[in-house]
Design a protein around this ligand. Sequence first.
Ligand code: UD1
Ligand code: UDP
Length: 370
Amino acid sequence: MKKKLILVFGTRPEAIKMCPLVKELKKRDSFQTVVCVTGQHKEMLEQVLKSFEIVPDHDLKIMERGQTLFDITEKVLWGMKRIYEAEKPDMVLVHGDTSTAFASALAAFYENIPVGHVEAGLRTYDIHAPYPEEFNRQAIGSMALLHFAPTEAAAGHLLKEGKKRERIFVTGNTAIDALATTVSRSHFSPVLKEIDEWTGGGRLILLTAHRRENLGKPLYEIFEGIREVLLEHNDLRMVYPVHYNPIVREAADKVFAGMDRVKLIEPMEVVDFHNLMERSFLILTDSGGIQEEAPALGKPVLVLRDTTERPEGMEAGTLRLAGTKKENIYREFKLLVENHEIYDKMSQAVNPYGDGTASRQIADILERSC
Ligand code: UD1
Ligand code: UDP
């Protein structure tokens, strides 16, 4: 009999990293693979589903503008309860640390359905950073039966926390599986063409920022530090695909208003975005996923956060932590723009996150274990 697996995800980064696994599981006769999206994100999730040509079996459609953690958690918990009752899966697979992942794992736990955790074991051990993700991932780790860790370091955290060795598998990160299908020198699109023309030979800076713990003062400080360096260097052009979060949009509009070397654009389709990363001089971001992708592309990243759960990219030399204070952002950004030696050292392509076979390995493990 086929084992029924439900994969649940709801935000852009989960979708980018779960779609390669969905495709792999659907190829296997041993599984009936059901895809459920919560719709925690709407447009940003739809973009990814379209790019990977995945049509979900269920969509909870929970997103509302300016939603709170209470809204998401409550709606996903109840929504997933109903789906689990109807589908009766043998296992639920969740990804990472979003509220979708936490609440759908919790609903599975309450329904006594085993949980498999993809991208398990990332830790800062600071419950407030990233917030609420550090809590979410620790909580999912306590509920999960199987832990798919991207690196040995992540597996080490789980072992130290007392999880059983035979339930932990180091597979690499499915982000690298996705990257292998998206980045191509021959990729061209109207959006990229327009950006290429606009950059006109200048150095392209790519910015993304959205973290909840940065909303408010830290986000303004980050933007202001960036702004100062841009004003000092005429050859820099910055593209910022702005997250749909209205608080982020308001801050970006205010600080970058009137700067003709800054392009604020809508969130980009993932294939375009990965290829724009490839074309960039430097990436400034507080995103988790981009910290995994950039080292594989040899793109230096200034991480706009005080802590990171991705120390592998720091050890590899591609990432530098810039914090969230204006003066630190200014200093670090300026350094990379002006110091070629440091920049060149950071531009080595290394990939600490596996060989692009994470989805295949996870599917093999699931065939043996459930
Ligand atoms: C969520 C995740 C975070 C992840 C991020 C990826 C939680 C608690 N946070 O944060 O871990 O890094 O997604 O982007 O799960 N919005 C839209 N359309 C969209 C998406 C978002 O309008 O397609 C707007 C809505 O107003 C929404 C707001 O963005 O209220 C914030 O979205 P939400 O999912 O609550 O939090 P994120 O900051 O995106
Ligand atoms: N990304 C994208 N379009 C964009 C910005 C980011 O496709 O305009 C991709 C990026 O390559 C990475 C993921 O979205 O795979 C990161 O998502 P996000 O920053 O929203 O979440 P996080 O990684 O912080 O959880």
